[in-house]
Unconditional design. Structure first.
Ligand code: GLU
Length: 508
């Protein structure tokens, strides 16, 4: 598909490497991904690192690793290549300078020398001071000063900024695919700084617009926090004369606290015990460690599915969707304007569903390292079988160990409650008899053993529940677990008898 101007759909995810990627950023990237795939377009990965003061080492690598884990693939950009590069803004200085000069020459921007101290003094002097049409002539800039003074200041190495000249009293309309038309008056905007001579870099606004233009971006899909910048961006497109190819905007709803009031923050995660980052993050400055979904044992598919539904739904009550299904069902215009609650408990449910959806073989591969950490080496086939017996009982792969360790090793402890309930009266005696009976059985497979044992119990006049639970306690260590004959089948005749007889002795 193409956009209104007949262009191939191109979208971008453009994080600033100022720290770990917030989960809201993951949702933004996901929606861009779904939109690009749906329209057979391109998804660009751009790094917006023009604010050198906020640069955090390792953040870019972290973001890439997170998308790799999540299975979100980019078509071009930093680390992916492409013909619109470089895709890291700090490597595009010369390009931006050219566009800054264009605005200066066209009289759409001007040079300002006001120092931070001077600006501070103005703010103290004038309540609600804003650098704009009403104040700019009282400031030190190329509009208020003679050209010779401006040239002299630059020639003698004074630092300056370039500001956008905003004409007051113009209507600026942002046409948002999610929010509709939003019109404001240009008078509320200030003459934003577009460029700083000190680091020879543009600010976010200029770099963002120039790059979206040069990279032929057709749709800007980003978080609601960028909505206030959108009118300024529209004015910049106008100033450059690029209105015809201006991207369509779509500002995604905020992610809200689980309780619903206010924006989701890292503090909410700390308070309620859930990560707000895809991967664990080690802060290089403070050495603080923030938890991540990967390390907390979530499946990437579950995280993706959960995030996809925070701000959008397919129009029915379908919840479990593969990435491909989401691609075909996604509809940007059906995204909600209202914020989406971050109901993290729902993510636990998704994780369980994805454990059930994945094949036993896939889960077995994830479970294998957990087993190995616990000193268990088993064939893939046996691990798969174990997984099939207990996976419906867990929400996380890591929980499988506690749910099925008895399949791989004899219990070393016995649960008090289970003993109290099932290991009393005749239990040791009937279990010993049952062992003798089982030992004499020629066919130990669950299929053969179950009817044989049932017939034996009936013949003896014992209570099935009592006999079977007593045996279960000796094999498992507690009255839990899957069907008892699945367990005996899995651990085998010798081990069944060894455990049961050992427990009779140990519990005597
Ligand atoms: N660099 C901005 C960010 O960190 C990008 C905003 C946009 O998508 O325009 O989110």
């Amino acid at each position: 598909m193409t956009d209104n101007a007949g262009r191939r759909v191109r979208v971008r995810f453009a994080p600033s490497p100022t720290g770990p990627l917030h989960i809201g950023g993951v949702r933004t990237a996901l929606y861009n991904y779904l939109f690009a795939r749906q329209h057979g377009g391109d998804l660009i990965f751009r790094i917006e690192d023009t604010d050198s003061g906020r640069f955090v080492p390792g953040a870019e690598e972290y973001i890439l690793e997170a998308f790799d884990w999540l299975g979100i693939k980019f078509d071009e950009g930093v680390s992916f290549g492409g013909k619109y590069g470089p895709y890291r803004q700090s490597e595009r200085r010369d390009i931006y300078r050219k566009y800054v000069d264009m605005l200066l020459e066209a009289g759409r921007a001007y040079i300002a020398f006001d120092t931070p101290q001077e600006l501070e003094a103005k703010r103290a002097e004038i309540p609600n001071f804003q650098y704009d049409a009403s104040t700019r002539m009282g400031m030190r800039n190329s509009l208020s000063m003679p050209k010779s003074d401006v040239d002299a200041l630059i020639a003698t190495g004074n630092q300056y900024v370039v500001r956008f000249l905003i004409e007051p009293d113009q209507d600026v309309t942002v046409n948002d695919l999610i929010r509709g038309k939003v019109t404001i008056s240009s008078s509320v905007l200030d003459d934003k700084v577009l460029y700083k001579s000190a680091d020879q870099l543009p600010t976010y606004h200029l770099a963002n617009i120039v790059d979206d233009h040069l990279m032929e971006v057709t749709h800007v899909i980003r978080g609601e926090e960028w909505l206030p910048s959108a009118p300024l961006h529209v004015l910049l497109y106008r100033a450059f004369g690029w209105e015809d190819t201006m991207p369509q905007f779509a500002h995604l709803p905020l992610l809200l606290k689980p309780e619903g009031n206010g924006k989701l923050s890292k503090r909410d995660g700390d308070r309620l015990g859930f990560p707000v980052f895809p991967l664990e993050w080690h802060d290089p400055k403070t050495a603080e460690i923030s938890s991540g979904y990967r390390e907390k044992d979530y499946l990437p598919e579950a995280v993706i599915n959960f995030l996809a539904l925070l701000g959008w739904n397919p129009g029915d009550d379908r919840e479990i969707m593969s990435l491909d299904e989401m691609v075909s069902l996604f509809n940007l215009e059906k995204c909600s304007k209202a914020g989406a609650r971050f109901n993290y408990q729902k993510l636990v449910w998704f994780n369980h569903e994805y454990i059930m959806l994945k094949s036993d073989a896939e889960i077995a591969q994830l479970f294998k390292p957990v087993l190995e950490r616990n000193g268990i080496q088993e064939s893939d086939e046996r691990i798969e079988k174990a997984v099939s017996l207990v996976k419906n009982r867990v929400n996380f792969v890591g929980e499988l160990w506690d749910s099925c360790k008895y399949l791989f090793q004899a219990p070393t402890e016995f649960d008090e409650k289970s003993l109290k309930k099932w290991w009393k009266d005749e239990a040791p005696k009937t279990t010993a008899e049952l062992c003798d009976f089982i030992e004499a059985q020629p066919d130990f497979s669950g299929q053969a053993l179950e009817p044989a044992v049932m017939a034996w119990i009936a013949e003896k006049g014992y209570a099935t529940g009592k006999v079977m639970n007593a045996l279960r306690v000796t094999l498992v260590g507690a009255a839990v677990g899957p069907h008892i004959f699945e367990i005996t089948d899995f651990i085998g005749k010798e081990e069944t008898l060894r455990r049961a007889r050992k427990a009779i002795q140990a519990l005597a």
